[in-house]
Write a protein that binds this ligand. Sequence first.
Ligand SMILES: [Zn+2]
Length: 256
Amino acid sequence: MKTTVQDLQRRLIALGFPLPKFGPDGDFGAESIAAINNALDELAMWRDVGEKEAAKGAPLAILDIAGTGSTTVAGARANLDLGQPIPADWMPDAKISRIIFHWTAGQNKASDLDREHYHILIEGDGKLVRGKPSIALNSEPKTKAGYAAHTLNCNTGSIGVSLCGMAGAVESPFNPGKQPITRMQWEALTSVLAQLCKRYSIPVDRKTVLSHAEVQPTLKITQKGKWDISRLPFDPSIQGAIAIGDQMRAMVKSRL
Ligand SMILES: [Zn+2]
């Protein structure tokens, strides 16, 4: 049985892991992740101290948060079903060491042209769309004809994932245009990145899971003024490529 984000949030609150800022809003954000981690840590603690009898009811109730019936903390984390699974045939065998995430600077729907440049696209409602090039074409040691050209001089060994949107956006003064990227896309990206990291055994750090805007400062590979993703139209409280990248990496790590 699948657990929706809202189901999960309601159970967390009922079990005493509050969501003071956002409540059960259906958005799987940092607050929900923190509450789940607290619940899972509490479960682990019950186990560790061996208070099996005293804790009898509690661990089961907490496990039910994830709706998985899993008997281990790692299993419960892994089984949280909050994102759309990437079909297995989208992820062929390939030597991949990095994932770069973008926005398309186009519409909230993936166009034919968008699909030429990325391996996976995420539309405005969180739906996943397969790009035209196979991930295998960007495999190391050398990209092959027809590969996804998503990041200047940094395509070999790199998967390109892109959020559809930001047509007509302006960096400064910031204007997200008429098709801004959405929180739903941002959350779907967390799930996509976690699945890709698992599939290709990619560690989550600043050099291996990063936005296009982080490529120049972090990898020292010059890009032509790319600023995706250094602003989140739905969350003005966080700004700058590295800060936003760090937030995404923390969310991905919490899913692994
Ligand atoms: Zn880009």
